[in-house]
Design a protein around this ligand. Structure first.
Ligand code: NAP
Length: 290
């Protein structure tokens, strides 16, 4: 029986790990919410690891309010940098791998071909910078850290673009959505399922344990602008709402979004033999409650 700790239990990804974990009979998955394990409290983190044993720690806890972060820097840094360090140290002491999630926001270059893990980072804004700093700190403190950079995460529960569109689409006859930011949506249960599949492959010896180290990309397959994503959400939900494409300059936000953040997933697919669904088929599944 393998024991997995998932932090940030109430978040999109934290929740997805709990549902996907049920597919595996040989796993004991402990999902801790903020009250059970506040990752920003180093003493609590250490006490938690001293009194529990795990085979891996999966950190989904994070400060994810991208715009609010611009005026709430200290809290953002505490959760996205310091807390990651506390977990990395605790994992190092226990001799277990840490799987940590980062963001497409670490990129902000002019590149318009799918980004590889080795492409230069250029984080803009507090959230983006703290996500990159968290990555670097974890890797420095605990080489057995796997960083998964992902993008545009959504699920049936949680605060995300899909749920915002569904709500606004029912209230309004038309919506303006940016078409000059291009990336790929990621269905949280697909990402959680992929991580559990990767762990199984390592634990059964099909993939070497050293593969659980370094930076990887994961999103669904395909490419979309937010405009395309909104159109598909209305198409699959049957909501009759006109979508008008606009430019980012017409929709200013406190934090800048990367204009192009399509992630190349060749590395993770080759290392773990993963097959990744297209974002449209996963969106359809999400809408059907799968
Ligand atoms: N959402 C996206 O579009 C996106 C895109 C790229 C990367 N990512 C990354 O993917 C990961 C998961 O994101 P998500 O979408 O699942 O985020 P989410 O839904 O916002 O969930 C984040 C979770 O972290 C918890 N948390 C925050 N501070 C905490 C603390 N001090 N101690 C314990 N838990 C704490 C939150 O708890 P409360 O509910 O109590 O606040 C929440 O459950 C994050 O690392 C994020 O940066 C997300």
């Amino acid at each position: 029986m393998r024991r997995i700790l998932v932090t940030g239990a109430t978040g999109q990804l934290g929740h997805a790990f709990q549902t996907r974990g049920r597919d595996y009979g040989d796993l004991k998955l402990t999902a801790a919410n903020r009250h059970q394990l506040d990752v920003t409290d180093e003493l609590q983190v250490n006490r938690y690891f001293d009194t529990h044993s795990f085979d891996v720690c999966i950190n989904t806890a994070a400060y994810t309010a991208v715009d609010k972060a611009e005026t709430d820097q200290a809290a953002c840094r505490l959760a996205n940098v310091d807390a990651v360090g506390f977990l990395a140290k605790a994992c190092s002491k226990q001799g277990i791998p840490l799987i940590h999630f980062s963001s497409d926001y670490v990129y902000h270059g002019l590149q318009n071909t799918p980004l590889r893990e080795t492409d230069p980072t250029l984080p803009k804004g507090i959230y983006a910078r703290t996500k990159l700093e968290g990555e670097l700190l974890a890797q420095k403190l605990h080489p057995q850290t796997m960083i998964i950079r992902t993008s545009w995460v959504y699920a049936a529960n949680g605060h995300n673009f899909m749920n915002t569109m569904l709500r606004l689409g029912r209230e309004r006859s038309e919506l303006k959505v940016v078409f000059d930011q291009v990336g790929t949506p990621t269905y949280a249960p697909d990402l959680a399922g992929a991580v559990l599949e990767m762990l199984q492959k390592v634990w059964t010896g099909a993939v070497p344990a050293t593969a659980l180290q370094g930076v990887y990309h994961y999103s669904n397959e395909g490419v979309a602008s937010w405009y395309d994503f909104a159109l598909a959400i209305f198409e699959y939900s049957g909501i009759n709402c006109k979508v008008i494409p606009i430019e980012s300059t017409d929709y200013p936000t406190p934090a800048q979004r990367p204009p192009f953040s399509v992630l190349n997933k060749a590395k993770i697919k080759a290392a773990f033999g993963l097959e990744i669904p297209h974002w449209r088929s996963s969106l359809r599944k999400c809408m059907q409650g799968e």
